[in-house]
Design a binder for this molecule. Structure first.
Ligand code: ATP
Length: 515
């Protein structure tokens, strides 16, 4: 069986071969951690965004959207804390000249201890069979206890260093743990330094009138600085939310794992403004809602877990991640944060404007508290592609690669195929295509054998293949072939629209979420 690493490589190759994701500027040898979405990728991406947008805007009377500019006044990033504190600790290996995030090196070391513990338990489970009690083993076996003690000590030291921004201690930990550079294999490390992740550029044409501005590292600030505009013009009453989808930019130190960590990416963020004191109740509400949104896609409930933050950002009083099981482990796809009134208060302070809410019921004014849900479109895309990619061996010994995408998200919903390129079949096929194309993205394919055409559609995740043959001209029926089961069924042309609509309508997912 292929290792997860091999599977991931195949997925990346598949994304390129079938027009989902290309390395950016490829003919110039690419640009690190920047990617372009191809003809199928952009459809999948747009469908993900629509699923998110409609789940916010259609399902909630009290959530509205905005589309703020990427360029914003530079003081915004001073107020938000990003100029001073949006840093990652970096460390270089002097031999390989490779750069790493010090915190990530230590997290990987922690994961190694976890792996060792899991392996011991697994080995014992095999040895002792059914009567094995894993919990008892973990608390009594000397080897497991030794690993656990080392792990916990490291964890405690790491958390303390991170919370205290103690860069020397981070380096000491790396030295003490004997962590080596995976490239050079040496422990020849530089000191740990802080590195600001924001990209900057100049705005203005003359050197003395130009000012340094930043490419936004998150879309949220565009929402906060428009809070008053939207609240007033939309006559919004608390609690209410503002949603936005847009590009964000971070000069990530280590860009890895394909589209998981990019330097230019897209976020879908919603800031929900609540009365101070109500934030924990809304934090729980949004945690539950967002998990339901993920699970409704049917990728497998066991693939999600919450990971509560131990180190809270300077603005947060509670935070959790929704993690998804990628081929390289459980990883953050979405963050849900209780941001207090930090951002609005800071913008009030730095802009000199009063940013408050007048509560007509209590006749009092206050600065609202905020619950944020923030999800990366690209990470969501990756989680969907990874869990949909299947290699199957068929009964006849042949194999196929199929993307079992959630049908609502598939780039192409149906492929229309005349069995042969003559006898009036293409004309009939075009007629069917024309009747479906207003509602569904369809493809038309008349080249090669039907088997080859099926394989092409399997590889991009098209749920329905519709074949027109000679009999169609007589009985007005076509053969529908289903992607996942490969079963074929003869159906009347009149039922096609209804059948596809039933399978790909987002309404069905929304009903699951609000039930
Ligand atoms: P990480 O710890 O992985 O760097 P983060 O905690 O900094 O992520 P947030 O600031 O909470 O991320 O951003 C919200 C969401 O934006 C993340 O859950 C993720 O889906 C997405 N995101 C953040 N950074 C990147 C990136 N470099 N590339 C792609 N998506 C990203």
């Amino acid at each position: 069986m292929a290792s997860q690493e091999e599977v991931f490589k195949k997925i990346i190759a598949h994304c390129k071969e079938y027009g989902f994701v290309f390395p950016s500027s490829e003919i110039y040898d690419g640009l690190a951690a920047v990617y372009d979405y191809g003809q199928n990728g952009v459809e999948l991406k747009n469908n993900i965004k629509k699923y998110w947008w409609d789940s916010m805007i259609l399902l909630h009377e009290n959530i509205v959207g905005i589309d703020a500019a990427i360029f914003m006044h530079p003081t915004i990033w001073k107020a938000s804390g990003h100029v001073d504190a949006f840093n990652d600790p970096l460390i270089d290996n002097k031999d390989s000249k490779k750069r790493y995030r010090a915190d990530v090196l230590i997290e990987e070391q922690l994961a190694k201890y976890d792996d060792k513990i899991a392996k011991e338990v697994e080995k014992a489970a095999k040895k002792f069979g059914e009567s094995f009690d894993a919990e008892l083993y973990k608390t009594t076996n000397p080897r497991v206890l030794e690993h656990t003690a080392k792990r916990n000590a490291l964890h405690e030291r790491f958390a303390k260093a991170m919370n205290g921004n103690d860069l020397n201690e981070l380096k000491e930990i790396i030295i003490d743990e004997g962590i080596v550079c995976p490239i050079s294999g040496t422990k020849n490390w530089t000191d740990v330094r802080q590195f600001n992740l924001m990209f900057s550029t100049e705005m203005g044409s003359t050197s003395d009138s130009s000012m340094k501005i930043y490419l936004r590292p998150e879309t949220a600030q565009g929402i906060f600085v428009n809070y008053l505009n939207v609240q007033k013009t939309g006559r919004m009453k608390i609690p209410f939310g503002i949603a936005q989808i847009g590009k964000a930019f971070r000069n990530e130190i280590v860009a890895r794992q394909f589209i998981f960590r990019m330097r230019e990416f897209e976020q879908m963020e919603m800031q929900f403004f609540v009365k101070p004191g109500d934030e924990m109740q809304w934090f729980d509400h949004w945690k539950a809602f967002r998990l339901k949104w993920h699970k409704a896609l049917g990728l497998g409930d066991q693939k999600y877990r919450f990971h509560d933050h131990e180190k809270l950002a300077h603005y947060a009083n509670a935070a959790t991640d929704i993690e998804f099981e990628m081929p390289f482990g459980f990883k953050e796809v979405e963050g849900i944060h209780s941001r207090t009134n930090f951002d609005l208060s800071q913008h009030a302070k730095f802009s000199g404007k009063k940013i408050e809410y007048f509560d007509p019921e209590t006749n009092q004014s206050y600065t609202p508290y905020v619950i944020e849900t923030s999800i990366g479109v690209d990470r969501m895309f990756l989680s969907i592609i990874c869990s949909s990619y299947c290699e199957e061996t068929l009964d006849n010994g042949e194999s196929r690669v199929v993307l079992k995408l959630p049908q609502v998200l598939a780039p192409i919903k149906a492929c229309i195929m005349p069995l042969v390129k003559k006898d009036g079949l293409p004309e009939k096929a075009r007629e069917i295509m024309n009747s479906l194309k207003f509602d569904f993205k369809c493809a038309y394919d008349e080249k090669d054998s039907i088997g080859k055409r099926y394989r092409r559609q399997d590889a991009i995740g098209t749920p329905f293949c519709i074949t027109i043959d000679h009999q169609t001209l007589e009985d007005n029926c076509v053969t529908v072939r289903y992607r996942d089961t490969m079963q074929q069924e003869r159906v009347s042309i009149d039922t096609l629209h209804h059948m596809i609509s039933d399978a790909v309508n987002m309404k069905n997912l929304f009903k699951k979420i609000v039930s």
